[in-house]
Design a protein around this ligand. Structure first.
Ligand SMILES: NC(=O)C1=CN([C@@H]2O[C@H](COP(=O)(O)OP(=O)(O)OC[C@H]3O[C@@H](n4cnc5c(N)ncnc54)[C@H](OP(=O)(O)O)[C@@H]3O)[C@@H](O)[C@H]2O)C=CC1
Ligand SMILES: CC(C)(CO)C(=O)C(=O)O
Length: 341
């Protein structure tokens, strides 16, 4: 589909992950492509003035990268590749902006935690193929204006945080898993993987991106909302007997729903819980957003476990309780700010 000559590359939503990837592309491709970002507010102003500053894990200083930066995508030329770094609940509002960047061959790599809006596109194993979700994509704006056929799924194993406007800190070396919704090993995905690898990113191509999504969701459906509700780091959650039990309960629900929809899990829940104990003092992205007074990525991470559970006939009582609590927390934070919520 794409030309495999990526002259114009835009990172739409240059936050923690998007911004760090934009910096890698701008420095690693050494001028071979025009790298632009769509950002907003103080973050955009700082990127324009000072460039992106990215602290690699353990580095003594930031890497600086100059990129074309705007909050108005219609100022940019049509793009050969768009990489989205928006949160799942921010995508629909950006659908028309993203659509202005597309030409017939543009592919869109979507870095997301949780169940994405395109989940059932070309899911040939499922009786739900092409089912759309109003709660992820109100009015079908993404489906219509972007088109699920452009999407390449991306699951990120990279801890990252915007620590100041224009400045991003990475907490590990990170890796990214790409996959076509059709699970095909296409020439597009091969070319995009090669490009991102050339820029210095650790990329693998998955033969089953939905499995990757579910395996990652085990952690995010549990840790992200529990950390927002308690303001605890992942390590603090895991040493609390009540909270670590709740983590295991959510993970069991996610696994049951995923398996009912055909997903395979690499580890048992006991093994996954043990693995989580080793992660350390990480502040999840949902806790970061809460502390910054931002709205929370609830639907893709928690709401969809409950919705897909209903679809598949699997009970998800712990996730339902957490969903109600974290939804109210988000509502109160948006009304009164994070400190009084
Ligand atoms: N951070 C992490 O460690 C990890 C995150 N993930 C997942 O990756 C995805 C991206 O997360 P992350 O990088 O943390 O997200 P961030 O919140 O750091 O970045 C999103 C950026 O997009 C901006 N944005 C939102 N809407 C628009 C818009 N309409 N126009 C321009 N800019 C916009 C946001 O601005 P503003 O701040 O003003 O809203 C923010 O700068 C999420 O699904 C997340 O769950 C996965 C693994 C780890
Ligand atoms: C916690 C972490 C880094 C890994 O599960 C994550 O994915 C998030 O913060 O959203």
């Amino acid at each position: 589909m794409a030309s495999h000559f990526f002259k114009n590359i835009c990172i739409y939503g240059a936050g923690a992950l998007g911004g760090s990837i934009a910096a890698k592309l701008a420095t690693g491709l050494k001028g071979q492509a025009d790298v632009s970002v769509v950002a907003r507010g103080a973050h955009l102003a700082s990127i324009r003035e000072h460039g992106l500053r990215v602290w690699e894990a353990g580095a003594s200083g930031p890497v600086e990268a100059r990129v074309i930066a705007t909050d108005d995508p219609s100022e940019l030329p049509r793009q050969d590749l768009v990489i989205t770094g928006l949160k799942g609940h921010q995508l629909a509002a950006a659908a028309s902006g993203m659509a202005t960047l597309l030409h017939p061959g543009t592919r869109v790599v979507m870095i997301l935690n949780g169940i994405p809006w395109w989940y059932f596109h070309r899911d040939r194993q499922s009786s739900y193929a092409e089912t759309q979700f109003e709660e992820l994509d109100p009015g079908g704006a993404l489906w219509r204006q972007l088109g699920p056929e452009r999407v390449i799924g991306c699951v990120a194993y990279q801890g990252a945080e915007v620590i100041n406007p224009g400045e991003i800190k990475l907490s590990n070396n990170g890796r990214y898993v790409l996959g076509e919704p059709s699970d095909e090993h296409s020439t597009d995905i091969e070319a995009i993987s090669a490009l991102l690898t050339q820029a210095g990113l650790n990329i693998t191509i998955s033969p089953n991106i939905r499995n990757e999504i579910w395996n990652k969701l085990l952690g995010n459906a549990a840790f992200n909302p529990i950390s927002a509700l308690t303001r605890a780091l992942m390590s603090e959650i895991m040493v609390d007997p009540g909270l670590s039990k709740m983590v295991a309960q959510v993970m069991n629900e996610v696994k049951a729903v995923g398996e009912a929809l055909g997903a395979r899990f690499a580890l048992s829940i006991e093994e996954r819980v043990e693995q989580s104990k080793a992660i350390g003092p990480v502040r999840t992205s949902m806790l970061q957003d809460l502390l910054a007074g931002k709205s929370l990525e609830i639907t893709p991470l928690v709401g969809m476990v409950v919705s897909l559970g209903r679809l598949a006939g699997i009970a998800t009582p712990t996730s339902e309780t957490i969903l109600a609590l974290v939804t109210q927390l988000d509502r109160q934070t948006q009304l009164h700010g994070a400190t009084t919520a």
